[in-house]
Design a protein around this ligand. Structure first.
Ligand code: MG
Length: 329
């Protein structure tokens, strides 16, 4: 297996979540060649603020054969891409049109006019990052609920039970009834999450690695957020079946190559697991300044319709990048 990488930066338009400052985000695209001639691409976009090993460390790991779990997912995704490219197929060949939630990273930056414009473009579900300013956020959520959005709130595992509970008590009854789930309300604790679940459906995302699955006394969550960039998708689906969870596939707020990989997985899982799969959250390229890659993404409202090319697309752009070989020792 031959691995090369091409570094990139993404420029966020707004602060991404409660634990991340507004600054350029670094990542690397990987180009992986297999001995039989297949060639595939994937993204490697660590969020060190959320516990990922930094990019340099992960690239060094690839060089030394110490492959991080995240890089392992990138290799798995590149392999899917390579298969499609070899067959001259695209992730869009299934023609399955999925709606995506719209991500609000900072409520203070979205006004009512924008909310209404989103609604008229066909968005019906908002994923809202919370935990920065609970007053502003609870007002925003009440406004969004009044416009009939379905709501996903994400605390990113920071904060405490008391903050979560106080926040929930601030929401109007209508807002409460529009909440599809609350993601990572505070650091994972099966008892406390089972308690939180009495108030509102709970989703597990970035606290995944803290969960010891076999020891639950009560079910601590209802939904598993599957980020193909981070977790083993087949294992995740098995867990959903075993514990009767719903699942939603989201991108990792990463490069458009990562976004399309997540969408490809979302489409495949929707086809195979139908009802278990909730609306995905792969429309995250809008969170960054547009670039040559994101400009190739054809979307209308909440649906991504096409990226030209084979596999996850971007054929000419990927070929044109400067690739640095990683020597495998
Ligand atoms: Mg999350």
């Amino acid at each position: 297996m031959k691995i090369s990488y091409s570094p990139y930066v993404l420029r966020p338009l707004s602060t991404p979540n409660a634990v991340t400052a507004l600054k350029e985000r670094e990542g690397a695209l990987l180009q992986i060649g297999w001995p039989d001639g297949r060639l595939g691409y994937a993204d490697l976009h660590p969020w060190p603020e959320l516990g990922d090993a930094p990019l340099d460390e992960q690239l060094t790991g690839l060089r030394n054969g110490k492959i991080s779990a995240q890089a392992e997912q990138s290799i798995w995704l590149a392999h899917r891409d390579a298969d499609l490219r070899q067959q001259k197929k695209s992730i869009f060949d299934s023609a399955l049109k999925l709606k995506n939630n719209f991500v609000v990273t900072n409520c203070a930056e979205v006004d009512i006019e924008q909310l209404e414009s989103l609604r008229s473009k066909g968005f019906t579900c908002l994923k809202i990052k919370v935990g920065r300013n609970l007053q502003v956020e609870s007002e925003f959520i009440n406004q969004a609920a009044a416009r009939d959005f379905l709501l996903r709130l994400d605390f990113n595992g920071v904060g405490r039970w008391q903050i979560f509970e106080r926040f929930m008590s601030r929401l109007e009854q209508m807002a409460f009834s529009r909440i599809e789930y609350v993601e990572d309300p505070f650091p994972f604790d099966d008892g406390a999450w089972a308690e939180a679940r009495q108030l509102v459906p709970i989703a597990l995302d970035n606290q995944f690695s803290r969960v010891v699955w076999k020891t639950f006394k009560r079910k601590p969550f209802d939904v598993l957020v599957i980020k193909p960039a981070k977790i083993d998708v087949e294992r995740a689906i098995e867990l959903c079946k075993t514990y009767s969870l719903k699942a939603t596939v989201t991108s990792y707020m990463d490069h458009p190559v990562g976004v399309m990989h997540a969408l490809g997985v979302a489409m495949a899982l929707k086809k195979n697991h139908g009802k278990m799969m909730l609306e995905p959250g792969c429309l995250t390229h809008l969170l960054y300044e547009s670039d040559l890659f994101s400009k190739e993404i054809v979307f209308i409202g909440p649906s991504i319709l096409k990226v030209p090319g084979t596999g996850v697309g971007f054929d000419a752009l990927l070929e044109g990048l400067k690739w640095h070989p990683i020597k495998l020792t």
